[in-house]
Design a protein around this ligand. Structure first.
Ligand code: PLP
Length: 357
């Protein structure tokens, strides 16, 4: 990325030679991100973040179907979807927030039942960011299309962790973020399938084929492309390695700490996440303790945890504010080592002992 911030100036839209060179690099990034999700390069639109992609997708679907005033989402979505839907409610839309069971999964029969003639869009995530639980998105896409409803899928936590192929899961809109697959922060993408209606949220110039105005953030786009390419090439290997470490960490903690429990379905999960609740321990106290020990974990999503509120995801799964206040999310990467995992497990056991006395 560095040359694009330091020496390779120029505007990709300009006619001079190095403008065209930058444009070619951006095209290559489109190809890399498209390959990661089984899409065509011209279906990818770079945005400033996944939150923007989520807003743009839902907004476009509603704008395209002005007579349809109903949206379906779930109680465990990211705040970029939940708060956009709440804003839509204030503008007169009706929003159904599907609940989830103790495994963190929505009921497909319930989804089928709540889709009505005036439903414009279903927006459901592929993988939950707090628990790592994987939704049956293939069935959800089929159900939506069978009923003529658009389907937006927030795949931020799925891409780079498990195979994401839009040829198998035909979502109309797919949200992706670079920094969840080891790319830079501040850059996301929205995949708009050919044929899906779209009106730009950022109205401006012709950039991104007129679907997102504004001069491209070339350095970040290049970084996203390289990260996407690396994720595509290394997905299987990274997943196997991280799953082994995650399972070890989880086993060590659950076996050693009485009153600890897994939140979410054990089998239907991405390999890098585990969400564990500790009876009698406030998650904020555990996060602070572990932080002091050099172990970085979280008690909810980064976008929510500043608010010191109980995890809305674990609350929806358990209906227990107490359990929602005890949830800790451990996220690993292929760069995490076995030594670090052993250390994290030890510190967590120490934390549980100290915080319960
Ligand atoms: N959707 C999910 C599932 C996420 O986990 C996140 C980030 O944590 C986002 C959306 C928002 O991503 P960004 O911070 O790039 O807007």
């Amino acid at each position: 990325m560095q040359p694009f911030f330091v020496t390779r100036w120029g505007n990709p839209s300009s006619a001079y030679r190095f403008g065209a060179q930058l444009k070619a690099e951006i095209d290559r990034a489109h190809e890399a991100v498209a390959a990661l999700v089984g899409a065509e390069p011209d279906e990818i639109v770079f945005t400033s973040c996944a939150s923007e992609s989520n807003n743009a997708a839902i907004g476009a679907a509603l704008a395209a179907r002005p007579n349809k005033r109903h949206v379906i989402t779930s109680a465990v979505e990211h705040s970029a979807v939940l708060n956009f839907c709440k804003a839509a409610e204030r503008r007169g839309y009706k929003v159904t927030y599907l609940g989830v069971n103790a495994d963190g999964l929505c009921d497909l029969a319930e989804l089928a039942a709540v889709i009505k003639d005036d439903t414009a869009l279903v927006s459901l995530m592929w993988v939950n960011n707090e628990t790592g639980v994987v939704s049956p998105v293939k069935e959800i896409a089929a159900l939506c299309h069978g009923k003529g409803v658009l389907f937006h899928c927030d795949a931020v936590q799925a891409t780079g962790k498990i195979p994401v192929d839009l040829n198998l899961v035909p979502a109309d809109y797919l949200t992706i973020s670079a920094h969840k697959l080891y790319g830079p922060k501040g850059i996301g993408a929205l995949c708009i399938r050919n044929g899906a209606p779209f009106e730009p949220m950022v109205i401006g110039g012709h950039q991104e084929a007129g679907r997102r105005g504004g001069t491209e953030n070339v350095g970040l786009i290049i970084g996203f492309g390289v990260a996407a390419d690396s994720a595509t090439r290394n997905l299987t290997e990274r997943a196997a390695q991280v799953r082994m470490l995650r399972d070890k960490l989880e086993f060590d903690i659950l076996a050693a700490i009485p009153g600890s429990r897994l939140n979410g379905n054990q089998a239907l999960r991405v390999p890098n996440t585990t969400n564990i609740g500790f009876d009698g321990i406030d998650s904020d106290a555990m996060v602070a303790f572990l932080d002091g020990q050099g172990v970085c974990v979280s008690s909810g999503s980064a976008c929510m945890s500043n608010a010191l509120t109980p995890s809305h995801v674990v609350l929806a799964m358990t209906q227990s504010v107490e359990k929602a206040k005890q949830a800790i999310r451990f996220s690993l990467s292929h760069l995490t080592t076995a030594k670090e995992i052993a250390e994290a497990a030890e510190r967590t056991k120490q934390g549980a002992r100290l915080l319960r006395t």
